[in-house]
Design a protein around this ligand. Sequence first.
Ligand code: NAD
Length: 468
Amino acid sequence: MSNFLESVNRNFDRAAKLSGLPEGLLNQIKTCNSVYRMSFPVKINGDIEIIEAYRVQHSQHRNPTKGGIRFSQKVDQEEVMALATLMTYKCAIVDVPFGGAKGGVAISPREYTPEQLEAITRRYTVELIRKNFIGPGIDVPAPDYGTGAREMSWIMDTFSQMKVGEINAMGCVTGKPVTQGGIRGREEATGRGVYYATREMCSKEEDMKALGLTPGIKGKRIAVQGLGNVGSFAASICQEEGGAKIICIAEYEGCIVNEDGIDVKALVEYKKQNKTILGFPGTTTTPSRKDVLTLDCDILIPAALESQIRIDNADQVKAKIIVEAANGPITADAEEILIKKGVLIIPDMYANAGGVTVSYFEWLKNLSHVRFGRLQKRNEQAALMRLVNLVESTTGQPISEAQKNFLTKGADEIDLVRSGLEETMISSFNQIYDIWKSDDNVTDMRTAAFLNALKKVSSDYLAMGIFP
Ligand code: NAD
C-alpha cells in the first residue's frame, strides 16, 4: 500500500477507536466504493500515446460525489484512492452535501502543449461520461494539482456537447472560469480558507502560549512550500489581510528566503515572467528546495504534494505550527514524531476545505441559473439608503455622498462567497476545536477532525439504513 493511503487509513483508525461506532459501519465508511481505472489513446505529434487515468468515488452516502482532478506523473490508483477518501471527510467537516471522489491523469502537464492537454482532457471526460462517472447529480470534478479553470472549461464543454439539452450541464464541474459558469472567488478559495484556518488557530491565546507564541497571525514568520494555486493565495492573503511575514517560499526549482518578508504578489508576477522564483530581488537562495521544510519559522504551510514531511526529516522541523494546505503532506510516521515534539498540526481535511466549500457555492449557482446577489443587491442598497437618510434627517448631521455609498453598498457575488467561506471555516474550526478540547483522549486536531467527520457520515448511514 502506498505511504499516502496507508497514512490516511492509519489516521482514520486512530480516530475510529475513539468513535464508539460499530466495526462494520466503520469498515463501510473507510472503504472506497468505486474505482475506475482507464487507459485511452491520444494522438501526440502524430504518434499514439496511451494515457493512464483514474476516477475514484469513495463514498456515495451523499450525492453527487465531489473531488478534484490531478494531472501529475506521480498519479497512481492508490494516490487517487487516498485523495478521494480525504474528500469524504473534508465534505463532512465543512457541511457540504457531497460524497468524496477524486480523479487523476498520469501525465506531466509541462511536457504537453495546450492543444495536447485539451485533447487529453476531452478524451478523459468522454471516458467518464461513458461509464456514468460525471454529471451534476452524479460526480462533479474540480481543479487540483496540475489543473485549473482552463481544464474545467474543456470538461464542461465536452459534457455539454455530449448531453444536448441537459439544462444543468454547467454543474457537471466546478472551478470553471467566471465567463463559463464559474463563480467569483473560486480561484482564491482554497488559499483563503487556509488563511481563515490559520487565523482562527492563532487567535487561541492558550494554545499560542503553550507553543511560546503570541496570539494573532500578525507578525508570524511563515514559510510556504509550493507557489501554485493554493500556496500563492494562502501566502498573499496571510500577508495582506493577516499581516504575517512570508519569510520563505519554495518551488520546484529551489527555495528563497528573506527574513524581512517576501512580497508575494510581486513574486507571483516575477515567476510568470521569468518561469522561476530564483533570483527574486532581496532574497537569497538556499542549497535545496527541501530547506523550506526544516527552516526556523513560526508556521510552515506545505502547499505542494503529499509525503513531504517524512520519518527522515520530521525531527528537523522547527516550525511550531504546520498548516496542511496540500493533501497529506505529513506521513503518519512523521506525525508521531511531530506530535511528540509538540508541533501543532492543522489537518488537511479542514485546512484546505475552502476549495470544496466555494465549489459547492458554484454548483448551487449553476443549478439555480442565477448569480448570487443579483436579486437582492439593489433592494438591500435601497433599504440601507432609507436608514442612512433617516439618520441624517433626525441628527441633522450631513452625511457625504462617499460615506453614503460606502454605508449602503449591497453585497456582490464576491462579497457573498467570501462571507460564506469565512462563516464555514470559522464554524468548522469551532466544531473541531470543541471536540479536541473536550476529550482528554483526543490529543491532536486531526483526530478531532476525523471524529467530527465520522459522526456526520455515520449518522447519514444510520439514518438511511443500508440496502438489505
Ligand atoms: P498547483 O499545481 O497549482 O501548484 C503546486 C505547486 O507546487 C506547483 O507550482 C509546483 O511546481 C510546486 N511543487 C511541486 N513539488 C514541489 C516541491 N517538491 N517543492 C516545492 N514546490 C513544489 O497545485 P494546487 O492546486 O495549488 O495544489 C497543491 C496542493 O493542494 C495539492 O496537494 C492539492 O491536492 C491540494 N489542494 C488543492 C485544491 C485546489 O483548489 N486547487 C484544493 C484542496 C487541496
